[in-house]
Design a protein around this ligand. Structure first.
Ligand code: IPM
Ligand code: MN
Length: 352
């Protein structure tokens, strides 16, 4: 049995989670997975109604689940940062989901803005560190409102954080290699400027790398990364990087694989509770229109199945997704040629 928490969220979140759950229920029937779903109302909507965000007790309660599927959280009426820090980041940090895994894969028939690139050229994974860096909230402000106002936000990394992330990335690269990928891990950093932080990353790559002689390694500065991801994405197999760099380059990467409508991500604690989400937001303009692309959330469900060790089921789902994606006119909301619910129904049928 798998206990799955659903945070449907706000905006189009509930619409995409609903399609992902439809698909998961179909797979449950076929493979007898015995999913038990629990909806958790940790949303902007609840916040606006009751003032609550996410309490420590609620966070603690999330530890009982095998996995969490999240739609999207946010509302234009809530000040930026409140829900991001209060819900999304609180879960990532509180459950120590120290890896943010973002596969970048161009599927057949999906339009990429990069001329002349085919699915075989865009097929890599970004391992984004998800617990440290500029996201720790370390820093502060003084003399606010005066011309001497000082603001500090620190990029903080411990050896421990970097080592476990790099180790995960090496292990992940090895698993991919067993499936026929090149077995290459690229560190994305900025060692020419952020000399303290990336010295840790480079040494961790060397130290941990000694245990992985079967994996080749490479280094690319984050600015050059933005060139290579467009000019020669075929150069990458697995990329490992720090938190904010990973945030930024995975939005760029998402565009190259067809946009946020098709891009999933996984927040992973290898020994704890992990959370799976489409990386796009709440898309308020599309709320309630049955026009949003649920494929990113269905893709998040696919990542969840793989994470739960249900490889065969995950493969069945990915094949079904590929079949449906081939029929879609576009990955953009409102331009898919089908409604949100029709896409979910099509995936259900394609599962067989
Ligand atoms: C993401 C988002 C979040 C992040 C925000 C909403 C806090 O952009 O998941 O990429 O910066 O990690
Ligand atoms: Mn982001």
């Amino acid at each position: 049995m798998y206990k799955i928490a659903l945070i449907n969220g706000d905006g189009t979140g509930p619409e995409v989670v609903s399609e992902a759950v439809k698909v998961l229920k179909t797979l449950d029937q076929k493979y007898k997975l015995n999913f038990q779903f629990t909806v958790l109302d940790y949303t902007a909507t609840r916040h606006l109604r009751t003032g609550e965000i996410l309490s420590d007790e609620e966070l603690e309660g999330m530890k009982q689940f095998d996995a969490i599927l999240l739609g999207a959280i946010g509302d234009p009426r809530v000040k930026p940062g409140v829900l991001e820090k209060g819900i999304l980041l609180k879960i990532r940090f509180g459950l120590d989901q120290y890896i943010n895994l973002r596969p970048v894969k161009l599927y057949e028939n999906v339009e990429t803005p990069i001329k002349n690139k085919r699915p075989k050229d865009i097929d890599y994974v970004v391992v984004r560190e998800n617990s440290g860096g500029l996201y720790t909230g370390s820093g502060g402000v003084s003399m606010k409102g005066t011309e001497h106002e000082v603001a500090v936000q620190n990029m903080i990394y411990t050896w421990h954080q970097v080592e476990r992330c790099v180790r995960y990335a090496f292990e992940y690269t090895r698993t991919r290699k067993a499936k026929g990928y090149p077995g290459k891990l690229t560190l994305c950093g900025k060692s020419n400027v952020l000399t303290y932080v990336f010295d840790i990353w480079e040494r961790a790559m060397k130290t941990v790398g000694q245990e992985f002689p079967d994996i080749t390694t490479d280094y690319v500065h984050v600015d050059a990364m933005c060139i290579y991801m467009i000019e020669c994405p075929e150069r990458f197999d697995v990329i490992v990087t720090e938190n904010l760099f990973g945030d930024i380059i995975t939005d760029l990467a998402a565009v190259t694989q067809g946009g946020l409508g098709i891009s999933p991500g996984a927040n992973i604690n290898p020994k704890g509770v992990s959370m799976f989400e489409p990386i796009g937001g709440t898309a308020p303009d599309f709320t309630g229109k049955n026009e949003i692309n649920p494929m990113a959330c269905i893709g998040a469900a696919h990542l969840m199945l793989a994470y739960l060790g249900e490889e065969k089921v995950a493969q069945n789902l990915e094949n079904a997704m590929k079949d449906v994606i081939k029929e879609m006119h576009s990955m953009a909301a409102g331009k898919m040629g089908f409604s949100t619910t029709e896409i979910g129904d099509k995936v259900v049928r394609a599962i067989g």
